[in-house]
Design a protein. Structure first.
Lengths: 111, 115
């Protein structure tokens, strides 16, 4: 079973920030939080990952709570092209690559 | 460049056919993966190759046969498939160094239909 819980769907207005929550209350100390997204019928796209500090890159920001039991992915200015399923995954990078995808959040950005 | 390519994009095959899916990356990655994704479901891991050797087989039926001819190529040979094997087959690669930067990069997938 997936180790994360995400809302099944979210709507967001174009140009506004999208805040995507993820609960991972059973995360262990050596597990990272990864975010991927999958635009319809395409391969998943890596967005960002972090261990305990907040992270930012050109696509998004990742805010991890101090107890690491939850996190939020922030898309600062959503565009129509950000419509996708967003997956939050906890992953041990010293394991052999088994990304365990949950159901994800379907994000729809509307004009 | 973080590109993983997959061919063909679409494949239709009968249950008695033999076909192959191909995946290629030129990022110098030493780990490569096959995932299967059914409609409206998340991807599920099938196989992991590390340094051209099979590291993980997630109890996949033998009608799916992976092959890693070299560090840049990954094949998935298909034989005697069933209609329920129809899915999007995704290839991914990562640097294989098992560090915090071991991010997986996915190809666009092959949409397989078994008649």
């Amino acid at each position: 079973d997936a180790k994360t819980t995400q809302p099944p769907s979210m709507d967001c207005a174009e140009g506004r920030a999208a805040n995507l929550p993820c609960n991972h209350s059973t995360i262990s100390g050596n597990e990272y939080v990864y975010w991927y997204r999958q635009i319809h019928s395409q391969g998943p796209q890596y967005i960002i990952h972090g261990l305990k500090n907040n992270e930012t890159n050109e696509m998004a920001s990742l805010i991890i709570t101090e107890d690491r039991k939850s996190s939020t992915l922030i898309l600062p200015h959503a565009t129509l092209r950000d419509t996708a399923v967003y997956y939050c995954i906890v992953h041990i990078t010293d394991s052999w690559g088994k990304l365990q995808f949950g159901a994800g959040t379907q994000v729809v950005v509307t004009p | 460049d973080t590109e993983v390519t997959q061919t063909p994009k679409h494949l239709v095959m009968g249950m008695t056919n033999k076909k192959s899916l191909k995946c290629e990356q030129h990022m110098g990655h030493r780990a490569m993966y096959w995932y299967k994704q059914k409609a409206k479901k998340p991807p599920e891991l099938m196989f992991v190759y590390s340094y051209e050797k099979l590291s993980i087989n997630e109890s996949v039926p033998s009608r799916f046969s992976p092959e890693c001819p070299n560090s840049s190529l990954l094949n998935l040979h298909l034989h005697a498939l069933q209609p329920e094997d129809s899915a999007l087959y995704l290839c991914a690669s990562s640097d294989g160094l098992r560090t915090s930067t071991d991010t997986q990069y996915f190809g666009p997938g092959t949409r397989l239909t078994v008649l």
